[in-house]
Design a protein around this ligand. Structure first.
Ligand code: F6P
Ligand code: MN
Length: 297
């Protein structure tokens, strides 16, 4: 079954369906753009990260496309300094986008992806108010994973750019994979203790440098991903709006959990779009353990 039929079979709101299909179509455009350039753009985003030419190109493709459809009122992306407001929108949706997550891996041909969160209105809202979260992963295959709060579903793109259902109502299995960001020498005590427990318990390390790809693996194989707060950088690295919330929403919908180490990040109300947060995302067992350790301190 293709994505369009799946959305209508599930009685998805027509405007929301249109928006999800917009991102699916543009995922195909982005995938076909990888042959354009694997070079750096020579500029930095507001987080100080070096932008790749493709980061900026994918950002333009999505923003310009969204402006034309006028499906949304607010757009915030990881590559833009502020919220873009669209004149005369057909409805009030707000979208948050990481156009190309993991883009520092483009030049070595590892999997990268596009992450999207959709809100009923403002994007400065709690993650739990998201009405849809999705990502498109560009690996050997191009896949699309999404939730509208009614299960998590996987699709794969065919040679014509159409997405077909491959897994419905995905539930995260138990598994012993851990994907820990940052340097061990900078770990804070509760985090160090947590990682030690996982290692003693036989968890296998798998960290690619692409959050979206690492999370896709955790969703299907179990375990957990973390980019923790560290010495001198207590907030960690990942962005609440563009990365942590949409992926956190998906993993939660699949029976897992997401936390900043103490509380569910989906209940944080951000006051700025560039809000940074430590993240722990994966199985309820693992997330429960780090919450216990951190709240004990
Ligand atoms: O977007 C930020 C990001 O590239 C994530 O995709 C990834 O998990 C993380 O940064 C990798 O960070 P580091 O280079 O510090 O390992
Ligand atoms: Mn990213």
């Amino acid at each position: 079954m293709n994505l369009k039929d799946f959305l209508s079979r599930n009685n998805t709101d027509p405007k929301l369906s249109e928006l999800i299909l917009f991102f699916a179509e543009n995922g195909q455009t982005i995938k076909s753009g990888f042959l354009k350039s694997q070079n750096k753009a020579g500029t930095h985003n507001i987080y100080g990260e070096e932008q790749m030419a493709l980061d900026k190109w994918a950002d333009d493709v999505l923003i310009n496309g969204l402006k034309k459809t006028r499906l949304v009122r607010y757009i915030a992306t990881e590559e833009q300094p502020g919220i873009i407001e669209i004149d005369n929108p057909k409805n009030q949706f707000g979208v948050v986008i990481d156009p190309l997550d993991g883009s520092s891996l483009i030049d070595v041909n590892l999997a990268v992806g596009t992450i999207i969160g959709i809100y009923p209105g403002t994007v400065l809202d709690m993650g739990k108010n998201m009405i849809a979260a999705m990502y498109i992963l560009y690996g050997p295959l191009t896949t699309l994973t999404f939730t509208t709060g009614n299960g998590v579903h996987d699709f794969v793109m065919d040679e014509k750019g159409d997405f077909h259902l491959t897994a419905e109502n995905i539930k995260m299995p138990d598994g012993k994979i851990y994907a820990p960001g940052a340097l061990r020498k900078d770990y804070l005590p509760a985090h160090a203790r947590f990682i030690e427990i996982l290692e003693k318990d036989g968890y296998k390390l798998r960290f690619s440098g692409s959050f979206v790809a690492d999370m896709h693996q955790i969703l299907h194989k179990g375990g957990m991903f973390t980019y923790p707060g560290i010495k001198g950088k207590e907030k960690g690295k990942l962005r609440l709006l563009f990365e942590a919330n949409p992926m956190g929403k998906i993993i939660t919908e699949a029976g897992g959990a997401v936390s900043n180490g103490k509380i569910d990040i989906l209940s944080i109300k951000p006051d700025v779009i560039d809000y940074i947060t430590p993240i722990y995302a994966g199985g309820k067992k693992e997330i429960g353990l780090i919450n216990r350790y951190m709240n004990e301190i």
